[in-house]
Design a protein around this ligand. Structure first.
Ligand code: 0O2
Length: 225
């Protein structure tokens, strides 16, 4: 974010925060995001080295915009303060991990759970228990320590893990949800639920296919992009 221009002055001011404290908070969350991203990249490289296989297709990270932070606090009936933002907004730093197969999702969640400097605050398994909308994804809220010169801060990071197909679905559903401000026409909602079923079928079939070819693979060098 470009703070030289202070693009989000209005939201920051709504948050009753000075430029310095606002910048420090964002710096902490950005560092936490980088730490988790680096961990994931190392894990993926190690997997490639040991198993000749990448469980992670790609990783996307983002810092929530001040506008969205203020909106979320308002939605939950909370005053826009920096303290409330730290305490109640769990996804200021957010990472989305996209995998090829459903089994990779649980494998990655397990590895993250076992990392010494990661503390899991909560987990939601929307894959085993999808939302009524059809949404599927595995969510974790974790904290990682961010070492500043004079203290250590445990910063929250929201991690969403899902397959390529689940991500494709969620992106379109998100667009529709926002376009209609949460009140999408019934026919579109129904169509999305149908598509979610197709996504689940596709994921299951791809998983089974992959299991079948595991046993057949020998001497196959995968030169991935
Ligand atoms: P946005 O616009 O993506 O940021 P919490 O964040 O924990 O306070 P909640 O709703 O209890 O709020 O958490 P949950 O269910 O884990 O959802 C967190 C995020 O998951 C959402 O963030 C979405 O990004 C995503 N998500 C949850 N449900 C759906 C869904 O039905 N469809 C899609 N496309 N995404 C979903 P935000 O802040 O609600 O929204």
């Amino acid at each position: 974010m470009d703070y030289a221009e202070d693009k989000h002055k209005e939201e920051r001011e709504a948050m009753n925060g000075s430029v310095d404290s606002w910048r420090e908070v964002i710096l902490v969350y950005t560092s936490a995001l980088h730490q988790v991203q680096t961990k994931l990249e190392i894990l993926n490289d190690e997997f490639q080295h040991v198993h000749r296989y990448n469980p992670i297709e790609h990783i996307k990270g983002r810092i929530k915009t001040p506008e969205s932070i203020v909106k979320k606090l308002k939605k939950n009936g909370r005053e826009s303060t920096i303290d409330n933002m730290i305490q109640y907004v769990n996804d200021i730093a957010g990472i989305r991990i996209i995998c090829s197969f459903s089994s990779d999702i649980y494998r990655i969640a397990e590895i993250l759970r076992n990392q010494k400097d990661i503390t899991v605050i909560s987990e939601k398994d929307y894959i085993t228990y999808p939302k009524a909308s059809g949404y599927k994804s595995y969510h974790m809220i974790v904290t990682v320590p961010v070492y500043l010169s004079d203290r250590t801060i445990d910063a929250k990071v929201e991690i969403q893990i899902r397959t390529v197909a689940m991500d494709f679905w969620a992106s379109l559903e998100h667009k529709i949800h926002y376009k209609f401000e949460g009140n999408a026409p019934e026919n579109l909602k129904k169509e999305l639920v149908d598509c979610a079923k197709m996504v689940s079928d596709l994921d299951n079939r791809m998983e089974q296919l992959n299991e079948q070819i595991q046993g057949l693979e020998s001497g196959y060098e995968n030169e991935e992009y």
